[in-house]
Design a protein around this ligand. Structure first.
Ligand code: AMP
Ligand code: MG
Length: 414
């Protein structure tokens, strides 16, 4: 058994950022660009009408008394329509938002400025316009006003959110070179386990760790690869482990304690996974196992054997798997772990004498005067206290009861 801080350091030392990869644009959503996105077009790509109305020559409007004038409509242009026609003095084009403005004109008079019946003013008819607020160039977005072909519209380091994805799409980037989403294979071990859609018979337990760990992986922007449930039979576990070792990370739950059917450590050894530690002095989650599967020409697979009890599994995920995934994803050190701060207890909190403990709690008040209230929690098989918790009270080993009003360390849930 090793100390918590040592175990965390060992995980951090074993993990290294995955190399960036060229990938489809949408697959990189939420990831950081490793190379800039360079546009292959101007934006706008041509002078674009930004209002429904009439494309006019400014000099015609300038010549008209108080910006009221009558023009001949020579062409109708909807978005997607183009024309080679040049608009001559005394004429105009009826135009819709999104169409390229034709040669000769330089401004749009909105359809609201038509003096009589706008509906009738199509090609072949005359239109009377009065735009008291007319400015040359109005309602036209000029070619290249936002960016030019060849511009780096997104720098390396930009994180691809919705706006960035849209911009990259406009710039013609169907693929981008971005950080990798770590691929995380997930296996639940236990002959007693049934999928969540099954009502458990006597002696059976729903596989809550599977969906929980899938969610935890997804919330960290990594890619879960569910391997389902393996019964406590060596062949079943071995086959699933062999599959899971192809991923960047393999998470197993169950089978790492001291029972007769806790087969996972021995099977991992047989599969060539080198053990880094087994058992950490903390609660819940003491039986946790960690190892590395090395390969000649690619990054190793990090293997975590999480305890089967759901609360233990979750806490071990937060303590050990989270930093590993953040490191693989290339995140900076200050993002590896959940943030820690101090809070004042609103009610007594019980520690365990021989090891540090995490207790789910409610957190209230401003960050500089946080108040932590322990939530009812019956132990490592109980997820209810963890659901809805604002964080965890982290108590050191050695004392049993922490009185209301005393200051404690708390870990904030993301
Ligand atoms: P183990 O770590 O395999 O000894 O399991 C410890 C406890 O956790 C047992 O009560 C198991 O039934 C339970 N358990 C194991 N795996 C899961 C799982 N995937 N979902 C919910 N409970 C589990
Ligand atoms: Mg088991």
């Amino acid at each position: 058994m090793i100390e918590l801080t040592e175990a965390i350091s060992l995980v951090e030392a074993a993990a290294a950022p995955l190399p960036p990869r060229r990938q489809r644009l949408l697959d990189a959503c939420g990831l950081e660009l490793a190379e800039p996105v360079v546009s292959d077009v101007d934006s706008p790509p041509w002078d674009r009408a930004m209002m429904d109305g009439f494309a006019v020559r400014s000099d015609d409007v300038a010549a008209a008394a108080s910006h009221a004038l009558e023009l001949e409509v020579v062409v109708d242009l909807a978005a997607g329509d183009v024309t080679t026609l040049e608009i001559r003095p005394g004429s105009c084009a009826r135009i819709m938002t999104g169409a390229p403005i034709p040669a000769g004109v330089d401004a749009i008079v909105p359809v609201e400025c038509v003096v009589d019946d706008a509906g009738a003013a199509h090609a072949g008819s005359r239109v009377r316009l009065h735009d008291a607020k007319f400015r040359p160039g109005q309602h036209v977005a000029r070619q290249g006003a936002a960016f030019r072909a060849g511009d780096a519209v997104l720098p390396a380091g930009a994180v691809l959110g919705a706006a960035e994805i849209g911009l990259a799409a406009e710039a013609g980037a169907t693929h981008v070179v971005a950080r990798c989403r770590p691929r995380v294979a997930l296996l639940s071990t236990g002959s007693e386990l049934v999928p969540p859609d099954v009502r458990p018979a006597f002696g059976q337990t729903r596989n809550s760790n599977g969906p929980m760990l899938m969610a935890a992986v997804q919330l960290l922007n990594a890619e879960p690869i569910p391997l389902g449930i393996a019964a406590d039979r060596p062949e079943a576990i071995r086959a699933a482990v062999a599959q899971g070792l192809a991923a960047d990370v393999l998470l197993l739950s169950g089978g790492v304690s001291a029972g007769d059917l806790d087969l996972v450590p021995e099977i991992l050894r047989q599969c060539g996974v080198e053990k880094i530690f087994h058992k950490v002095r903390h609660k819940p989650g003491k039986p946790v196992w960690f190892g590395v599967y090395s390969r000649a020409h690619s990054a190793p697979t990090l293997v975590f054997g999480l305890p089967g009890n759901p609360a233990s599994s979750l806490v071990c995920f937060e303590l050990f798997v989270r930093p590993a995934l953040m490191i693989l994803a290339g995140q900076p050190r200050d993002a590896w772990h959940l943030p820690r701060t101090r809070a004042r207890l609103a009610a007594p909190a019980k520690a365990v004498a021989d090891r540090p403990v995490y207790l789910p709690c409610r957190l209230e008040g401003p960050m500089n005067a946080l108040v932590a209230t322990p939530l009812p929690w019956t132990g490592s098989s109980d997820l209810r206290g963890f659901a809805g918790a604002g964080g965890y009270i982290a108590l050191p080993a050695g004392r049993t009861t922490h009185e209301p009003g005393s200051e404690v360390d708390v870990v904030l849930r993301a």
